[in-house]
Ligand binder design. Structure first.
Ligand SMILES: Nc1ncnc2c1ncn2[C@@H]1O[C@H](COP(=O)(O)OP(=O)(O)OP(=O)(O)O)[C@@H](O)[C@H]1O
Ligand SMILES: [Mg+2]
Length: 357
């Protein structure tokens, strides 16, 4: 068991080695391409919603909280649908929106915002750890890997040191390198009883927005972490036991590079589908077409009579006619869930689902 105290930031180690700087150039280039393309996208909310749902699902799957897109869709479209795994995903998605709004408004990422994010992820069962006894164990053998700091005072001190490192650029280190340091430090402080991994992954994307590397929170490492899970856990531990900062930072930079390109691909295909459907509707159903209608059709994976009534300012009868026409023309597929009829946007659904596998 390792009882050494967790060192405060900045790391007492050269985090700008030649190899790191090489990987940094590639990561920055990839991220800049993603930012450049996504800046030009007309309807960003459609995109964000789709990406948030995909990320919420991927991030929740790291701890084996697996749900299907079908379950998710049922959960999101009906308040009473009860599936715990899907509920976690929905909570994670609201935590993302919440964090994004906070960063946009405040331009600062504080401990309090982080605490609020974790609360949303854990559905109010949150807050800084007060009791000792939290231990990170090997998933298979149960053997103790790491005992994080305990005691609310110590945890809060470490968090405030981290908060400074996040918000104050006193060291002029590139933000992508800092992101790797921040993620390591946050996970090692492990301030909460649960949800530290998910909260840490939300912090990653918020940090990119905070540092203006992205305008919108589009880049998520969760699917990369799932694919390279063993290295992820090994390296978190090796920073601590053998100061293997270099490999850890390169792991994160590679993740940023790879994920920027795969996200760029997904963003492009979502964008193409939105414009394709927009043109199809303009052509085949010109009387129905409006920008608001397209928004409503893509806002979630599904839409409802109520949303059409409200969003378009039309009567229930007209809303039903619109939706039926869109279904007849093959743009939506409807299904009755509980008492309500839900209209699914299959194109968007399939795109995001296909990308998750
Ligand atoms: N040796 C380690 N040192 C520091 N942090 C670690 C170590 N091993 C695992 N972690 C972090 O702990 C997280 C898991 O903590 P916790 O169960 O509180 O979070 P979660 O969000 O519920 O789970 P998950 O991240 O698996 O979805 C991992 O995602 C990882 O970031
Ligand atoms: Mg957990």
């Amino acid at each position: 068991m390792n009882t050494n105290k967790l060192p405060i930031l900045p790391p007492n180690f050269d985090i700008e080695t030649k190899t790191i700087l090489k990987a940094l150039v590639k990561a920055n280039k990839a991220l800049a391409e993603l930012k450049g393309y996504s800046d030009t996208i007309p309807n960003k909310n459609i995109l964000l919603n789709a990406i948030f749902i995909k990320e919420a699902k991927d991030s929740s799957a790291i701890e084996n909280n697996i749900t299907t897109h079908d379950e998710l869709y049922r959960k999101m479209s009906s308040i009473n649908y009860n599936n715990p795994a899907a509920k976690e995903v929905v909570n994670y998605k609201s935590a993302l929106w919440y964090g994004y709004e906070k960063i946009r408004a405040n331009k600062i990422l504080t401990t309090n915002i982080i605490i609020d994010i974790q609360k949303q992820i854990e559905n109010d069962h949150g807050g800084i750890r007060k009791l000792p006894g939290t231990i990170l164990r090997n998933e298979y053998t149960g053997e103790t890997i790491y005992t994080p700091p305990s005691g609310e005072r110590e945890i809060r001190d470490l968090m405030s040191n981290l908060e400074k490192y996040i918000n104050e650029d006193y060291d002029s280190i590139d933000p992508l390198i800092k992101l790797a340091v921040i993620h390591y430090q946050f996970e090692s402080i492990h301030p909460f009883y649960d949800g530290n991994g998910r909260t840490g992954r939300v912090i990653n994307v918020l940090y990119l927005v905070l540092k203006d590397l992205l305008d919108s929170p589009l880049l998520y490492l969760s699917s990369y972490i799932i694919k390279n899970k063993d290295d992820y856990y090994r390296l978190l531990n090796e920073v601590r036991i053998k100061e293997n900062w270099e490999e850890w930072i390169i792991y994160i930079l590679k993740g940023i590079e790879e994920t920027s390109y795969s996200t760029l691909k997904l963003v492009k295909s979502i964008n193409n589908e939105v414009s394709k459907m927009t043109n199809d509707i303009k052509e085949r159903l010109p009387k129905l077409y409006s920008k608001e209608l397209i928004d409503l059709m893509f806002y979630e994976f599904y839409t409802k009579i109520k949303y059409f009534e409200k969003g378009l300012g039309i009567s229930r009868r007209t809303a039903v006619t619109y939706l039926n026409t869109l279904e007849k023309e093959g743009f939506l597929i409807s299904e009755k869930i509980g008492k309500e009829r839900i209209y699914q946007n299959k194109v968007l659904f399939d795109l995001v689902r296909g990308d998750s596998n």
